[in-house]
Design a protein around this ligand. Structure first.
Ligand code: GLA
Length: 736
């Protein structure tokens, strides 16, 4: 009995090393955070601390009294009761891995410092390199792992997480995103209790439609936006993922994040290396918004394609005409958006198909040839029209997909994802199928389709790259029988390789990641994409909730947000144009409607919004986000603001989320301003007949931060423009 107890207690504490050895301490520090590791040779790598930046003296104390003291990359096998980041089966069937540090290497690459802790198995010729990247000026540390099979015949990777982090038990709350089509990025906040909380994706293609591979941990109880200690984690991967937190009987929550290994065991031949995706970690003492700002700044400058380039105001044709694309209608839309002050027109689905025309959504994907019935003068004709109107032109394409009704599929049935001896599983229209991106021939085709389009028409400024299906059966006609389990991973290896080639040839074009709406809002793709379509749901009220969730991890510059028609096509809700514009302006502004259907006064409000957005675009797209009042708190109002890094200019957004007579809503104190500066308030997108009482007035930053402004709950608008919706956009500019 005693023996069993001993074994169980050893097992439970196996991740912990009370006999701490004094070895090489690595203190990886960013401007405001520190990650301290013990990389003593001959021992497993240990993590001692992650949090607020600490002084050398405190680092020294960690040697004798570490706050964490867990293996930094626990491997499976010895005390198999514990969750592990790595699990592999050696060629001889041994399922245990025992790692010890052999050395540490540091290199500076593209201005970032990369620390690599090299470990090897004590017996088998397997090497594991745990990498940490610190970029000067950013409070984010990226970690990833290389698993190297030096000599063994064949090893099987059963689990291969990007990273592991122990988080001290306490009143820790998890913030994560969950949703569905038309309702993406809903925020969920919950306390972490004993057991396992798992967030995972197995879609195969789109990995952001339901859950998201990003989380935040509030360490001081119920999450707060602008106070409290927060750890944030974002897995930068476009494919299937698994994040889980195992809260056991120890003093720690064990957080793991990486590729989802389910049905994806990976075989590594002698000499091969498997590199995991990166896990970005951040820490902030300025609440959830602080962690978001860290991700936004890091992502805009280092991960988002062209993150320093202002995005154009566009009109997308989808909700305006759906598949009924034709030359006259496109020309009319271009003329309208140009007149309204827009800068780009994007022709959505419906423009292609030769043998099979894309008139309904059940054919022609893969046949990227202009339908000359609809567009007699082709893309060239449309580009001329765009030029005439002084705007840029963009086009929709769904390159990873085909339909069973397509010339591509007729010629190359072997190119699609399909299991042997099974019927074809199809998606949209009953005919949509997925091309097998693990196949190099398919990668070439996808590259050529995009490359030919952009080389033939170099004036194309923008591509909306869609992906509207999951992998619907586990089978690759390209991969060997033994490597069928590689499909989900090799699909994304193939996709990113192709995107790499496309970007090398076409660095300038703007590319939007769309996938049945927000299915590809992913840091795993943004190195090649400039933005994502946030959701197919453009209802402004619901967008407040979705965009709020999105903003936890993604900057406004990447979040496409369009003004659409009323009644809304997804919810049938009637929302006045002012409110629709005020919500869309808090992201990358665009329009998603037929401008011809707008009445004069709506059009005027829209034009005003476009003009005003041009003024605040740098603040929204490059500023620091402060979320002030969450719509999820159900206080009747939601509010956030963007502030320039110099704190000399800001935009304050305020939206009423429900309306009752004599309702009480809180006044919203501002944040992020300099308390010592003086700011002038100007209303943007004004529809009221009389200015707000504080219009043009000057206030100290201190006053605005402590009190905020008393905002009227209704508009005093011309007849017909009052409704149950109210919103305000205020510019808060330093008086110099
Ligand atoms: C997806 C996208 C939409 C639109 C359609 C076109 O649903 O999310 O925005 O492009 O495809 O078929």
């Amino acid at each position: 009995m005693k023996k069993i107890f001993l074994i169980v207690s050893i097992a439970l504490t196996a991740l912990i090393f009370p006999n701490f050895s004094m070895g090489e301490l690595l203190n990886l520090s960013t401007p405001k955070t520190s990650l301290v590791l013990d990389a003593s040779v001959g021992e497993p790598l240990k993590i001692l601390y992650y949090g607020d930046k600490i002084k050398e003296a405190d680092v020294d104390n960690l040697k004798v009294s570490p706050l964490l003291n867990h293996q930094a990359y626990p491997a499976y096998g010895i005390y198999p009761q514990n969750e592990a980041a790595l699990s592999l089966t050696h060629a001889d069937g041994n399922r245990t891995t025992v790692l010890e540090v052999t050395g540490v290497e540091k290199e500076v690459k593209d201005g970032a410092e990369i620390t690599t802790v090299k470990m090897k198995d004590k017996f088998y010729p397997v090497e594991v390199k745990v990498n940490y990247r610190v970029r000067p000026g950013y409070d984010v540390i990226e970690t990833w792992v290389d698993i190297v099979n030096n000599k063994e015949n064949n090893i099987t990777l059963n689990r291969f997480m990007s990273g592991y982090l122990p988080i001290r038990y306490g009143d820790v709350w998890l913030s994560s995103l969950y949703g569905n089509w038309g309702n993406e990025t809903r925020l969920t906040q919950e306390p972490l209790t004993h057991g396992v909380k798992m967030i995972k994706n197995k879609d195969g293609v789109r990995n952001a439609q339901t859950s998201h591979p990003e989380v935040m941990f509030s360490l001081d109880g119920q999450p707060r936006e602008n106070e409290g200690r927060v750890i944030g984690a974002a897995l930068c991967y476009p494919g299937n993922y698994k994040l889980f937190i195992d809260t056991d009987a120890s003093n720690h929550h064990h957080f793991f994040a990486g590729i989802n290994e389910e049905n994806s065991e990976y075989h590594l031949k002698a000499g091969e290396t498997f590199t995991t995706p990166e896990l970005a970690l951040t820490y902030s003492e300025e609440g959830l918004s602080g962690a978001s700002r860290n991700f936004h700044k890091w992502g805009r400058d280092n991960r988002l394609h062209a993150g320093d380039k202002e995005r154009k105001i566009l009109l997308n044709s989808w909700e305006g005409v759906y598949l009924k694309v034709n030359e006259d209608v496109m020309a009319g839309m271009m003329e309208d958006i140009a007149k309204m002050g827009g800068e780009l027109f994007v022709m959505d689905d419906g423009w292609f198909g030769d043998k099979y025309k894309r008139n309904v959504d059940n054919s022609s994907l893969g046949d990227w040839i202009v339908d000359t019935n609809k567009l007699p003068n082709g893309i060239g004709g449309l580009l001329k029209e765009a030029k005439k109107n002084g705007i840029s032109f963009g086009i929709w394409i769904e390159p990873e997909m085909a339909n069973t009704i397509s010339e591509l599929y007729e010629k190359h049935p072997e190119y699609i994802v399909k299991a042997d001896n099974r019927d074809i599983a199809t998606g949209r229209g009953g005919t949509q199928i997925v091309l097998d991106m693990s196949n190099p021939a398919v990668q070439d085709i996808v590259f050529e389709v995009v490359d030919t389009l952009l080389t033939s028409y170099p004036e194309i400024d923008y591509i909306k790259w869609d992906a509207n299906a999951p992998i619907m059966e586990h089978g690759s006609q390209y991969l060997s029988k033994d490597n069928q389990s590689h499909l989900f991973i090799d699909y994304h290896k193939g996709l990113t390789k192709t995107l790499e080639r496309i970007r090398a040839a076409h660095p300038e074009v703007t590319i939007q990641a769309c996938a049945s709406g927000g299915g590809r809002a992913s840091w795993g793709l943004l190195p090649w994409f400039d933005e994502f379509w946030t959701s197919d749901n453009t209802d402004a009220l619901q967008r407040i909730y979705m965009q709020w969730g999105t903003s936890y991890f993604y900057p406004a510059i990447a979040m496409a947000s369009h003004i659409s028609a009323s009644p809304n096509h997804q919810t049938s809700r009637r929302i006045p144009i002012k409110f629709r514009a005020d919500v869309a302006m808090s992201g990358r502004l665009g329009l998603e409607m037929q401008p011809k259907d707008m009445n004069e006064s709506d059009r005027a409000v829209c034009e005003q919004a476009i003009a005003d957005y041009k003024k605040i675009r740098p603040i929204v797209q490059f500023g620091d986000l402060y979320r002030l009042q969450s719509p999820y708190d159900k206080k009747g109002v939601a509010s956030l603001m963007y502030v320039t890094p110099d704190k000399d200019d800001a935009v304050f957004f305020w939206w009423k989320t429900e309306t009752f007579v004599n309702q009480q809503v809180p006044r919203i104190p501002m944040a992020g301003l300099n308390p010592d500066k003086i700011y002038r308030i100007t209303e943007l997108n004004r529809i009221d007949r009389t200015p707000l009482p504080f219009e043009g007035k000057e206030y100290s930053g201190k006053f605005l931060i402590s009190n905020g402004l008393e905002i009227p709950l209704t508009h005093n608008a011309p007849a017909g423009q009052n409704s149950d919706f109210a919103s305000r956009v205020l510019r808060v500019t330093e008086v110099k």
